[in-house]
Design a protein around this ligand. Structure first.
Ligand SMILES: Cc1cc2nc3c(=O)[nH]c(=O)nc-3n(C[C@H](O)[C@H](O)[C@H](O)COP(=O)(O)O)c2cc1C
Length: 401
């Protein structure tokens, strides 16, 4: 994330919604990721949340009026419109959406929105009747037709006491939605990337399962990187603690059998298939229909082998399709990974050491090697999972080219 946001000039337009206070968290996260954030508050926003909060967070003077920038050419609206990498309007009122759709320029924010060629992302926040009103829906359609992007809103309890669609989506998701708009490389535009992620739960009875420690963090990092490079991303996710990124299509599954079926269905459409899930090798032969009682001294479960999902994708690979596997090993990492690469007809394998405190399931860092069929090995020292995803796609993009 830091790589994408670092040194980017982001205009954060805050408008007069009750959710305006949440924009402080958005500003704070953007600053944490290294972005230069210029806060711009409409008159109504400034009634609801103080500019001083944004100034403290961003270290920049917040713009609150049309004519104040005249004293400071650095924040003159055309200069900012030209310099910005992104305009993020969060929260976006029904009013600002309407004004932007109709080219109204009666304050600093809407004037600058007209003058910019930078990407514009709206995070709407309003009462559900305001959001579903045909006027608002038409305005959103008009702006989307001109290339503006929208993230959210979501359904839930609204500050006005209503329940329905209109609540601003959470700040973390808003930040993720910025990623494809800021990333410089779009080499995967028009390409479909299919990722398996997370663990599998193999049922023992209706309440128990056999699982593994996969957190889904690696799958999430890969999906974010693919989205950043412009790909259309589908994630087939087993149970996972990591939230899957905004902008990806997520197919949730439980067991390896369900994951295999989903891959079978989705794989033919994909240009790149990446098996980052920790697929269960075995499943319970006869899961009990009712909860197993604690009435026996010992209990024996018979396990049978699950389908090898990534080997299946490798076997059915069509020309031009690129298949990547992961080999999580506790010993003989490289030889085991090379054997898997060959046996499963893969184009690349990520061999990674698991079971240490900083590399493996649930960690944010990983120690890995990328291995190609011609045995070229790129050893990565301990890197973040985001960095590994970046290296992985450098390989994939070069290979596809
Ligand atoms: C307490 C309060 C909360 C409001 N919350 C919202 C809201 O969530 N969404 C919205 O579209 N308008 C909301 N409004 C109405 C807007 O503030 C009003 O339409 C205003 O003209 C918006 O101006 P702006 O778009 O320039 O910020 C709220 C008004 C008040 C007084």
């Amino acid at each position: 994330m830091k790589r994408i946001f670092s040194n980017k000039e982001i205009v954060l337009g805050v408008t007069g919604s009750i959710a305006a206070y949440k924009a402080c968290e958005i500003a704070s996260r953007l600053v944490e990721y290294g972005a230069r954030v210029l806060p711009v508050l409409t008159e109504s926003a400034a009634e609801l949340v103080g500019p001083a909060s944004f100034e403290a967070i961003t270290g920049r003077r917040a713009i609150t009026g049309m004519f104040e920038p005249l004293q400071n050419p650095e924040i003159e609206h055309i200069a900012v419109a030209t310099r910005a990498h992104l305009f993020l309007i969060a929260p976006a009122t029904a009013n600002v959406i309407a004004k932007a759709a109709h080219g109204i320029a009666d304050d600093w924010l809407t004037t600058t929105l007209l003058a910019t060629k930078a990407p514009i992302l709206f995070a709407p926040a309003m009462n559900c009747n305001m959001y579903t009103h045909p006027a608002t829906q038409e305005n959103i359609k008009t702006l989307a037709g001109r290339g503006c992007r929208f993230v959210g809103p979501e359904e839930g309890r609204l500050a006005c006491g209503f329940s329905g669609i209109g609540r601003m989506i959470d700040p973390a998701t808003i930040i993720e939605a910025c990623v494809p708009l800021l990333a410089p490389k779009k080499e995967l535009a028009g390409k479909r990337v299919l990722i398996t992620s997370g663990a599998n739960h193999e049922p023992i009875d209706p309440v128990r399962f056999i699982g593994n420690r996969s957190s889904g963090k690696m799958g999430r990092a890969i999906a974010l990187e693919a989205l950043a490079r412009g790909a259309e991303v589908t994630i087939i996710s087993g149970p996972s603690e990591a939230r899957m990124p905004w902008g990806a299509t997520v197919i949730s599954v439980g067991s390896a059998g369900e994951m295999a079926q989903a891959v079978e269905r989705e794989a033919p459409k994909a240009d790149v298939i990446i098996g980052a899930a920790a697929v269960a090798d075995y499943t319970v032969a006869n899961p009990a229909a009712d909860k197993i009682k604690r009435d026996q001294e010992t209990l024996t479960l018979t396990l049978v082998q699950n389908p090898d999902i990534i080997a299946g994708a490798g076997a059915k690979k069509r020309p031009g399709q690129f298949v990547v596997g992961f080999a999580a090993e506790t010993e003989n990492v490289i030889p085991n990974a090379i054997a898997k690469l060959k046996r499963k007809n893969l184009d690349l394998i990520v061999a990674n050491l698991i079971g240490t405190s900083d590399s493996g399931f649930g960690t944010d860092t990983i120690s890995a090697s990328l291995i190609t069929p011609d045995r070229h090995i790129e050893d990565l020292p301990l890197v973040t999972k985001d960095e590994l995803a970046n290296h992985l796609f450098n390989h994939i993009v070069a290979a596809l080219a």
